[in-house]
Design a protein around this ligand. Structure first.
Ligand code: PXP
Length: 253
C-alpha cells in the first residue's frame, strides 16, 4: 500500500482581526488566537496582510513571527511594498495572492501566466531571502505550468469555486473536483509541492484530504466562524479529525 504524506493544517487567523477591527481596539487578538490554534494542533499559521489592511495589520505580522512556535505563512500581493515587508519579517513561507481584479484569472487565482515577469521577479526576491514561495492559483494547467516556469516550489490550489459549487450545483462541483484532482497530479508530476485552500469546511476538507498529492490545507473563515459556537480549540480538533478521516480512507483504498 503506498504511504500518503501527512496533511498539514494551516490555520488562517485573519478574521479574528476582522472582529477586532470592527471596534478598532485590541480585542480579540489574532496572535492569541494563533497561539491557541497551535496548542489545538495547527501545523502552521496563515495571515494575509492586505494592501488596504482591512484585517491583519503590520504589527500583527511582526508579533506572529516573533511569538508563534510554528511556521508562519504570509499571504501577500506581489508588490514591492509587500516584498519589502516579507524580506524584513522573514516568514517561513509567502503565498502570493491576487488582490485586484486585474491580477486574477477567470477562476479567481493569481494570473501567473499573464503576469510572468512580475511574479518571476517577486518569486526570485522572496527566494533570495530564504522564504519558501507558494502561488495561489486555479487548478488550471496553464497556470500550473507558469508557476513551475517562474521557479515557485509550491502552489496552493484555489478551492473556492469547488466549495461554492458544492452548496448549490452538483454538476459544477463535479467539474471543479475533476480539475482539482487533475491539477494536483500535474503539479506533483512537475515537482511542485501542492497545497489547497479557500472556502473549505469540515466536509470539503475531509474530501480533499483524500488527494495524496496535497500536503497542506489552509483554512480560515469557516474555522473562525465555527469557533463562535464551539471555541477555536474544538473547531480545530474537529477539522483535524475530518482531515485524518479523509486521509486514512484514501490510504485504505
Ligand atoms: N489560502 C489562501 C491563499 C487565501 O487567500 C485564503 C483566504 O485568505 C485562504 C487560504 C483561506 O480561505 P478561507 O478563509 O475561506 O478558509
Amino acid at each position: 500500500m503506498p504511504t500518503i504524506p501527512y496533511l498539514r493544517l494551516g490555520v488562517n487567523i485573519d478574521h479574528v482581526a476582522t472582529i477586532r477591527n470592527a471596534r478598532g481596539g485590541v480585542h480579540p487578538d489574532p496572535v492569541r488566537a494563533a497561539m491557541l490554534a497551535v496548542a489545538a494542533g495547527a501545523d502552521g499559521i496563515t495571515a494575509h496582510l492586505r494592501e488596504d489592511r482591512r484585517h491583519i495589520r503590520d504589527e500583527d505580522i511582526v508579533r506572529l513571527k516573533a511569538e508563534i512556535s510554528k511556521p508562519l505563512n504570509f499571504e501577500m500581493a506581489a508588490t514591492d511594498d509587500m516584498i519589502a515587508i516579507a524580506v524584513r519579517t522573514r516568514p517561513h513561507a509567502a503565498c502570493l495572492v491576487p488582490e485586484r481584479r486585474a491580477e486574477r484569472t477567470t477562476e479567481g487565482g493569481l494570473d501567473v501566466a499573464g503576469q510572468k515577469a512580475q511574479i518571476d521577479a517577486a518569486t526570485a526576491a522572496l527566494k533570495a531571502a530564504g522564504i519558501r514561495v507558494s502561488l495561489f492559483i486555479a487548478a488550471d494547467p496553464r497556470q500550473i505550468e507558469a508557476a513551475k516556469a517562474v521557479g515557485a516550489p509550491v502552489i496552493e490550489i484555489h478551492t473556492g469555486a469547488w466549495c461554492e459549487a458544492l452548496a448549490h450545483d452538483r454538476a459544477a462541483a463535479a467539474r471543479e473536483w475533476t480539475r482539482i484532482v487533475e491539477g494536483a497530479r500535474l503539479a506533483k508530476r512537475l515537482g511542485l509541492e501542492v497545497h489547497a485552500g479557500h472556502g473549505l469546511d469540515f466536509a470539503s476538507a475531509e474530501t480533499i484530504a483524500a488527494l495524496p498529492e496535497i500536503v497542506e490545507l489552509n483554512i480560515g473563515h469557516f474555522l473562525i466562524g465555527e469557533a463562535v459556537y464551539v471555541g477555536l480549540e474544538a473547531a480545530i480538533g474537529t477539522m483535524r479529525a475530518a482531515m485524518d478521516r479523509g486521509r486514512t480512507g484514501a490510504a485504505a483504498r
